[in-house]
Design a protein around this ligand. Structure first.
Ligand code: FMN
Length: 197
């Protein structure tokens, strides 16, 4: 199989990491791959915040846990709770766990953010996917943490903590590290709906 397609097909979301740090030059190689993503008008609006200090990552995980915990404790209308019951149950599990079920003990995070303008979400998602695929090809595991994106975009406190300008939107947070092992297979995929015209 072609090497690029093989990296795409072998990429998996990794949720168990070794504690080994990811060398700076390897992370910069990933950013280099991100740089070559397509972007609207070649604007390249992406900014990268890289965190390799485990104490900071653990602190952020606690912040996220606390944010969802307080959300869980709000008295929400029953009809709403019923609608999102599965998500609430899933979140309770994460909040109450003694494990880090937000960043999975990853030794590094890459946060991609940009001013909130037209197409910037798509641009940053392209950069994000380049990182995920390049990481796999370099033997690294990664996982896009949408739960973190949500919290980082709520209020100014988190952005200030991360030195992210308040007019920026966090588009993606990537947990990164060497995996304990790569899963053997891809998760099952649905047959894509294709309409040939
Ligand atoms: C926008 C987005 C947000 C995601 N957020 C999370 C998350 O918060 N936590 C997590 O463990 N996985 C998260 N994932 C990973 C998905 O669960 C995963 O990609 C999907 O189950 C397919 O599995 P695979 O990546 O191994 O192929 C996210 C993926 C995307 C694209």
């Amino acid at each position: 199989m072609n090497e690029t397609i093989s990296s795409i097909k072998n990429r998996r979301s990794i949720r168990k990491f070794l504690p080994d740090p990811v060398p700076k030059e390897v992370i910069l190689e990933l950013i280099e791959a991100a740089k070559y993503a397509p972007s609207s008008h070649n604007r390249q609006p992406w900014n990268f915040t890289i965190i390799t200090d485990k104490a900071v990552i653990d602190g952020l995980s606690q912040d996220i846990r606390g944010w969802y915990d307080s959300l869980m404790n709000l008295s929400l209308p029953l009809s709403f709770i019923q609608e999102v019951r599965k998500s609430v149950r899933e979140m309770r599990k994460r909040v109450n766990s003694d494990q880090d079920l937000f960043f999975y003990n990853a030794p590094a995070l890459i946060i991609i953010h940009a001013p909130n303008k037209e197409f910037f979400c798509q641009d940053c998602s392209c950069a994000d996917e380049n990182i995920l695929i390049a990481a796999r090809s370099l033997g690294l595991g990664s996982c896009w943490i949408g739960f973190a994106d949500i919290v980082f975009n709520k209020g100014m406190k988190m952005k200030r903590k991360l030195h992210i300008p308040v007019n920026h939107r966090v588009m993606a947070t990537i947990a990164l590290g060497y995996p304990i092992k790569f899963p053997e297979n891809a998760l099952p995929r649905k047959e894509p709906k294709i309409d040939w015209i």
